[in-house]
Write a protein that binds this ligand. Structure first.
Ligand SMILES: *[C@@H]1O[C@H](CO)[C@@H](O)[C@H](O)[C@H]1NC(C)=O
Ligand SMILES: *[C@@H]1O[C@H](CO)[C@@H](O)[C@H](O)[C@H]1NC(C)=O
Ligand SMILES: *[C@@H]1O[C@H](CO)[C@@H](O)[C@H](O)[C@H]1NC(C)=O
Ligand SMILES: *[C@@H]1O[C@H](CO)[C@@H](O)[C@H](O)[C@H]1NC(C)=O
Length: 515
């Protein structure tokens, strides 16, 4: 009896020792058990249209396709959302799209720092769906115009991008397209997708063939303004404008989403009835103009019970985490870790991917100081929806980023540190150190979860997938259906990287329950 108990205690102790970390958020305990997987897709991979393949702005895992095989491997279907096309030297007339992959994942729990596992997550490219406006005109990755919009019956005013030639610097008739800088994805049962964007920032629904069928325009407080009118340009000049781009005045508008700080986070509740969308960081009137003050960002909830008629339902403030940037002066610290992805768990709790910028493969500095999948809880947060905070230039915080009295923000709880070399090294990957292919990329921007049991996650054990956005950086790149070759002037080839974390959700979590 005594021996049995001692044995049990020893095995419990070793289980407890084996975890990487755990956190308790509003009484619910989450455990980061281990890094379970690592995989890559080459930087020069191309899609069925001949364009360089990038997949990391967001991901969606098809729940119905996730299977555990009898030999211990898993197979599934992953949709990866590329960014707005190669854009490190100017935006291009790249048609926004989503890629479908078959995935094969074989956990390697025996991997150690001394005996690392080879890559154990593999992607097989299947197909691509490109996005079109309501009238069938392709959407574009080009910047929005400084003024003006497009109108379609049944849609709110949409941002417009007016371009010359073919939009890549070659001849052509020019035209007007809806600019979409895709950053978040929700996959629906009918094959349609909700896609969140940074230009509007808007949320769009595209049908299974890629045609836009619904658009959500956020409250006026979030709409970017210049000179007192809406102005959707992110001041991201087109590549073809070369050294004399159109000058946008002012570059940063005084209110609304900051340039390239749009709707990075998009997720749906397990019952499919509520869509949540999270701004990357504060709006400009609320501290969004400085990395030290952009802390208080907005989470919007839309009831999508009738998908063609989304209903704005609630709004909350999420306080982003702070970190110290060792390359910045003390007076420029601490900085805010802006967020790149959102995932709804259950009971008012969400995963959020918050990180620093400018550190990693292809950057001047290789060591990232904050790259985490954290948790926030909105159960005690103030619902701020309404004219007091939603009207144009209305604010939940001062321009210096001080939260207004009377607003309780979400509760924020740190969780998975993606940067731990004690885990990354088990798969040959690393944070900091040499600029080699296994140095983590700068931008991690996606979250998807699937059950370890391959069924419904009855034991609360889940795999969390995350992908990086490599900004299409390669020396062997193609845009415009293969007609526009490029080599990024950085000289780097950044593979598309993926990580898988094994976690335990709070007891009896059912993130995909439909009741
Ligand atoms: C398990 O089977 C699948 C399908 O045949 C195969 O692709 C995979 O490599 C196998 N896994 C292992 C660990 O042998
Ligand atoms: C805003 O006003 C300035 C000064 O009149 C002008 O130069 C600029 O083009 C205007 N910007 C927009 C977006 O209209
Ligand atoms: C918007 O709000 C900010 C901060 O309260 C203020 O400084 C600015 O003057 C306002 N702008 C307009 C156009 O009302
Ligand atoms: C575990 O989490 C705590 C709280 O966030 C943090 O201070 C600590 O550094 C973490 N440890 C590891 C190994 O991630």
């Amino acid at each position: 009896m005594f021996l049995l108990r001692a044995g049990l205690a020893a095995s419990l102790a070793s289980t407890a020792l084996a975890i990487v970390n755990q956190t308790s958020c509003n009484g619910r305990t989450y455990v980061y058990e281990e890094l379970a997987g690592y995989g890559t897709v080459p930087s020069n991979a191309r899609d069925e249209f001949g364009d360089t393949l990038n997949f990391g702005s967001a991901l969606a895992l098809d729940r119905s396709q996730w299977k555990k095989l009898s030999n211990g491997s898993y197979t599934g279907v992953l949709w990866g959302l590329p960014d707005r096309g190669w854009n490190t030297q100017g935006t291009l007339n790249f048609q926004p799209r989503v890629h479908k992959f078959d995935i094969l994942f074989t956990p390697s729990p025996e991997a150690t720092v001394e005996n690392p596992s080879a890559k154990n997550l593999f992607f097989t490219y299947k197909e691509t769906i490109r996005f079109y406006g309501p009238d069938g005109t392709p959407c574009t990755g080009l910047d929005g115009d400084a003024t003006g919009h497009l109108s379609y019956p049944g849609f709110p005013d949409l941002p417009v991008s007016t371009y010359e030639g073919d939009g890549f610097g070659g001849p052509g008739p020019g035209g007007k397209r809806i600019p979409v800088d895709s950053e978040g994805i929700v996959l629906n049962d009918d094959g349609s997708f909700w896609i969140s964007d940074e230009y509007g920032p808007y949320v769009y629904r595209f049908d299974a063939s890629g045609r836009m069928i619904t658009a959500i325009r956020p409250p006026n407080a979030i709409i970017p303004m210049r000179n007192g009118t809406e102005s959707f340009s992110a001041d991201s000049p087109a590549y073809y404008e070369g050294d004399n781009p159109e000058v946008i005045i002012p570059s940063d508008g005084p209110s609304g989403r900051n340039n390239n700080h749009g709707f990075e986070g998009l997720t749906v509740s397990g019952d499919g009835k509520n869509l949540y969308v999270l701004l990357q960081a504060a709006t400009n009137q609320e501290g969004g103009l400085e990395s030290q003050t952009e802390r208080y960002t907005r989470l919007l909830k839309y009831d999508i019970t009738i998908p063609s008629k989304p209903r704005y339902a609630r709004e909350f403030v999420v306080p982003l985490p702070l970190y110290v940037d060792p390359t910045a002066k003390p007076s420029k610290n601490p900085k805010v870790a802006a967020q790149s992805e959102l995932f709804h768990i259950q009971n008012g709790q969400f995963f959020v991917l918050a990180r620093d910028g400018g550190f990693g493969h292809g950057q001047d500095e290789s060591l990232s100081n904050y790259r985490q999948i954290d948790i926030f809880d909105i159960n005690s947060a103030t619902d701020i929806k309404g004219n007091t905070y939603d009207c144009a230039n209305c604010s939940v915080a001062s321009v210096k980023g001080v939260l207004k009295p009377g607003i309780t923000p979400a509760t924020y709880c740190p969780f998975i540190d993606m940067n731990l070399n004690s885990q990354l090294n088990r798969f040959g990957a690393h944070n900091g150190g040499d600029q080699d292919a296994n140095l983590l990329n700068e931008k991690w921007e996606s979250i998807g979860i699937v059950p370890v049991d391959g069924l419904i996650g009855d034991d609360d054990e889940w795999f969390v997938f995350s992908l990086s956005d490599n900004d299409f950086i390669t020396q062997d790149g193609y845009m415009n259906g293969g007609a526009f070759p490029y080599s990024d002037e950085s000289g780097f080839n950044l593979d598309n990287q993926a990580l898988v974390f094994k976690i335990k959700l709070p007891d009896h979590s059912r993130p995909f329950d439909r009741d």
